[in-house]
Design a protein around this ligand. Sequence first.
Ligand SMILES: Nc1ncnc2c1ncn2[C@@H]1O[C@H](COP(=O)(O)OP(=O)(O)O)[C@@H](O)[C@H]1O
Ligand SMILES: [Mg+2]
Length: 252
Amino acid sequence: MISMNLDRIIAVRNNKTVFRDGDRVIKVFDNDFTKADVLNEALNQALVEETGLHIPAILEVSRIDGRWAIVSEYIKGKNLAQLIADDSGKWLDVMAALHCEVASKSVPALPKLNDKLHRKICASLLPATARYDIHNRLDAMPKHASLCHGDFNPSNITVTPDGTPYILDWSHASCGDPASDAAMTCLMFMCDGQNETAGRYLRLYCEKSGTDAEHIKSWFPIMAAAASVSGMPEKRDFYNRIATESEPDVEK
Ligand SMILES: Nc1ncnc2c1ncn2[C@@H]1O[C@H](COP(=O)(O)OP(=O)(O)O)[C@@H](O)[C@H]1O
Ligand SMILES: [Mg+2]
């Protein structure tokens, strides 16, 4: 292992820290991440690199002071969350177009989305009848094998000075129906209290991808049930509510 400078912190989460060391980024995971979790995130990222999408290249997987770490290329630029706050008209459109580009790729070696979702629904704290309905709803969905990011929100997109958007954070990547990924993006905006943005994103994504909005909305309870498993308590309450609503909708 080459020496690493961990002085510059660029992001802190409750169970991981992201450092910058020159032209490299080092994501150091706490010990509640298993070896398999970290190697899996690195593998996902390595597989997605092969699609040619603009993403940070993996440089190394390492151990630092007894913790697992993923070293990737540093992407210089502005976070899309900030750009959207400044000019949402322009940047939401860029984000939706980028999402369609992701959906145009196929990475069959990634985990299957529906398998992951079934496991999360089993692990959720929803009543048994609700879980049963959601498992059935998932089984009835059309089968697809498109690249799904799993956490496609503005904080995971960095735009370089020449205007190229790079997509970060492939830990939740899978292959499945891209409409599920668009649904998850809308839910993340809604969970953040940004209902109007969720509605606009839905319309933009539908327009660009030719997807029916009703199909995306039909993923809401499934994605919400899966999302209710992880996350902070206030987010869990939001996702539990969406998972059990009979007609969840945006812009309410
Ligand atoms: N390769 C990178 N280049 C530049 N910034 C990065 C890079 N990787 C992560 N970051 C920054 O660190 C933040 C957290 O990293 P991320 O991989 O999204 O972890 P998390 O799983 O905690 O969301 C990102 O939102 C971004 O601001
Ligand atoms: Mg992230």
